[in-house]
Write a protein that binds this ligand. Structure first.
Ligand code: DGL
Length: 282
């Protein structure tokens, strides 16, 4: 089936998932919606995030006839994936959640750090996930207020330098509040990136925590799951590839177009004409 796959996030964080999706599904077309005008989701109410998730899903279905949806945002997944599944039972849906179980498989010390937004950490879904692994490893969790916003701002040329300084400051503050990272007994040797934005500061985190600490994100697992669902439903694209990535991937923003263009070029190598302003009524 030749319709596109819809992907959305509060902003540019979901581009880290889109990177993995496009390499796992090179023949597919994607429509990405960055809800920058309403970012960050992680510090908004649950009701607000649910309303945005429903509005964006309606827009992607009505305007782009998507055949599947990837909620490339941990916060929106935690708040609304159950409602989306109930409202759109026919739509293949994939969400993201902090990769606690994959982290357990990697950790040698049995002590794992988890960073995510306040919204994800406060959700019932995360509480259930943490419950399901309790006793099998030790988890130290940290909500990182302000970090997703600083990562958003780092794409805007006028704000980039200040945002970078803020990112460094927040990373130092939050990781030192969590305890000691390393491979020694009882140290955290694994850190779960429970927000799709955080993948874009992976290098800085690695430099801060040292080369032996494993950073775990979810993009590749989400891409594999999306592929499995599409295969099972007989929905993989049948047409041959169009030649240009710009034809395969269309990005829309409810906020600042310059920021999305800069991020799309930097992270996905896409040219500015892949990026568009979303209609104001979403
Ligand atoms: N990228 C999102 C997540 O994975 C949301 C960040 C935010 O808007 O607070 O949680």
């Amino acid at each position: 089936m030749n319709a596109p796959i819809g992907v959305f996030d509060s902003g540019i964080g979901g581009l880290s998932v889109l990177q993995a999706l496009q390499s796992a599904l090179p023949h597919e077309h994607f429509v990405y919606l960055a809800d920058n005008a309403h970012a960050p989701y992680g510090e908004k109410t649950d009701l607000f995030v649910r309303q945005r998730t429903h509005a964006i899903t309606r827009y992607l279905l009505a305007q782009h006839q998507i055949k599947a949806l990837v909620v490339a945002c941990n916060t929106a997944t935690a708040a609304a994936i159950h409602e989306l599944r109930a409202q759109h039972p026919q739509l293949p849906l994939v969400g993201v959640e902090p990769a606690l179980k994959p982290a357990m498989a990697l950790s040698q010390t049995g002590h794992i750090g988890v960073i995510a937004t306040r919204g994800t950490m406060a959700s019932d879904k995360f509480a259930r996930l943490l419950d399901s692994v309790q006793g099998k490893a030790r988890f130290t969790v940290q909500a990182c207020n302000g970090l997703a916003l600083a990562i958003e701002q780092s794409t805007l040329p006028q704000q980039a330098t200040q945002a970078q300084e803020r990112i460094t400051e927040l990373l130092v503050q939050y990781t030192s509040a969590m305890g000691t990272f390393g491979t020694g007994p009882s140290q955290m040797d694994t850190l779960v990136l429970g927000c799709t934005h955080y993948v874009f500061v992976e290098k800085q985190l690695q430099a801060l925590l040292g080369p032996d600490v494993r950073l775990v994100s979810t993009g590749e697992a989400v891409a594999r799951q999306t592929r499995r669902l599409l295969e099972a439903a007989g929905l993989l694209r049948s047409d041959p590839d169009p030649p240009l990535a710009t034809q395969r991937i269309q990005l829309f923003t409810t906020g600042n177009l310059d920021g999305l263009q800069a991020a799309a070029e930097r992270w996905l190598g896409l040219s500015a004409d892949s990026c568009h302003q979303a209609p104001p009524q979403i």
